[in-house]
Design a protein around this ligand. Structure first.
Ligand SMILES: NC(=O)c1ccc[n+]([C@@H]2O[C@H](COP(=O)([O-])OP(=O)(O)OC[C@H]3O[C@@H](n4cnc5c(N)ncnc54)[C@H](OP(=O)(O)O)[C@@H]3O)[C@@H](O)[C@H]2O)c1
Length: 295
C-alpha cells in the first residue's frame, strides 16, 4: 500500500520505519526536514509538503505533538487538506483532547477523506516493532478500512466508539502511569535509607500489589536514574508528559471535573522541567523528588 507519514518525530519515524519493513511504499514529510534522512536511506520517498504527501498515497498516518501541530499539518497553507484528500484514509494517532479529533474529523470529511483516530499506548520501541496498543474512535465502516494497517502497527487495537472515544481512553490510560512515577519517588523516600540495590528494589516492587507494568518494562531504567546514571534515550520525555497531564486537566475541566492528583503531579513535573529535566525521559522522574523531599 502507498502510505504517508506526515511528521516523523520519535513516534512517527519509528512507525514509518516499521511500515517500510512491512513492505509498504512509504512517503514521509517532516517540518524539520533533517529527520526524514534516515527514512530516505531506508527507502522512503520524501515529500516537500504535507499536500504533496497526501497526493502520493492512499493512507496518511499522523502522530504529532499537539492541537497546534495538527492544525499546521492538516490545515496549513500546504497542509494535508489542501492536497487531494478525496477517498483517502487519515489515521490520526496524536495524544490530544477528544474535541480536537472530532473537529479535525469534520474537516477531513468535508474534503471527502475518511478519518480514524487511533492514539496509542507504548513508546518508540513498540512503535518500531509494530507492537503499539491502539484505542480507535471511528465509524464502524471507517474502522474496518483502517484495521489491516492498524493491525500492522499495533499488537492490539480496540475500537472503543466514535471519533473522540479513542482520545478519551488514551488520556485515561496514561494518567495512572504518569502519576505513578511521582508515587514511586515518594515510596523511595520512605525506604532509601535501607540502601537496597535499586535494580533489585524495582524488581521486588514489580512483584507487589502496587507494582504496575511499567516496573517490568522500565524498572532497570528507573533504577539507573535512582543511581544517578543516565537511563538511556528519552522516548517519552518530561516535557511531553507535562503536555499530556495538561491535556488531561483541560479535558476534565471541560466536563466540570477535577483531578487533584494530576494537578499535583503536573506541578512537580513543571518544577523538574524548570530545573532543566524537561528533555529527560519520564524514567528520571522517580529520581527527581528524592533530591528535593527534605526541603
Ligand atoms: N514518545 C512516546 O513515547 C509517545 C507514546 C505514545 C504517544 N505519544 C504521542 O505521540 C505524539 C508525538 O510524540 P513524539 O514523542 O513522537 O514527539 P516528537 O518526537 O517531539 O515529534 C513531534 C512531531 O510533531 C511535529 N510538530 C510539532 N509541532 C509542529 C508544527 N507546529 N508544525 C508541524 N509539525 C509539528 C514535529 O516536527 P519537528 O520535528 O519539525 O519538530 C515532530 O514531527 C504526541 O502527541 C505524544 O503525546 C508519544
Amino acid at each position: 500500500m502507498r502510505v504517508g507519514v506526515a511528521g516523523v518525530g520519535r513516534m512517527g519515524a519509528a512507525i514509518a520505519a516499521h511500515l517500510i519493513d512491512a513492505g509498504h511504499a512509504v512517503t514521509v514529510w517532516n517540518r524539520a526536514p533533517e529527520k526524514t534522512r534516515p527514512l530516505a536511506d531506508a527507502g522512503a520517498k520524501v515529500a516537500s509538503s504535507p499536500a504533496e504527501l497526501a497526493g502520493e498515497v492512499e493512507a496518511v498516518v499522523t502522530i504529532l505533538t499537539n492541537r497546534e501541530a495538527l492544525a499546521a499539518v492538516y490545515e496549513g497553507p500546504s497542509g494535508l487538506l489542501t492536497g487531494d484528500a478525496k477517498g483517502k484514509l487519515f489515521i490520526e494517532m496524536s495524544t490530544v483532547q477528544p474535541r480536537d479529533e472530532v473537529a479535525l474529523a469534520e474537516k477531513v470529511r468535508a474534503k471527502g477523506g475518511i478519518f480514524v483516530e487511533c492514539p496509542v499506548g507504548g513508546t518508540v520501541g513498540p512503535a518500531r516493532q509494530g507492537k503499539l496498543l491502539g484505542v480507535a474512535g471511528a465509524a464502524k465502516e471507517d474502522f474496518a478500512r483502517a484495521k489491516p494497517l492498524l493491525d500492522q502497527m499495533c499488537r492490539r487495537v480496540e475500537h472503543v466508539g466514535r471519533v473522540g472515544a479513542g482520545a478519551s481512553l488514551k488520556l485515561a490510560l496514561n494518567l495512572p502511569l504518569l502519576v505513578y512515577y511521582q508515587a514511586l519517588a515518594e515510596a523511595y523516600v520512605l525506604c532509601r535509607h535501607l540502601k537496597l540495590d535499586n535494580k533489585w528494589l524495582m524488581e521486588f516492587l514489580s512483584d507487589t500489589s502496587g507494582g504496575p507494568n511499567v516496573l517490568k518494562n522500565r524498572g532497570p531504567a528507573i533504577a539507573a536514574a535512582l543511581d544517578g546514571n543516565d537511563p538511556g534515550t528519552a522516548n517519552f520525555d518530561i516535557d511531553m508528559i507535562r503536555k499530556d497531564l495538561a491535556t488531561m486537566l483541560a479535558e476534565a475541566k471541560a466536563s466540570g471535573a477535577t483531578l487533584p492528583l494530576v494537578e499535583k503531579a503536573l506541578s512537580i513535573y513543571d518544577d523538574a522541567s524548570r530545573e532543566g529535566w524537561g528533555k529527560r525521559d519520564g524514567a528520571w522522574l522517580p529520581a527527581y523528588w528524592p533530591g528535593r523531599a527534605q526541603r
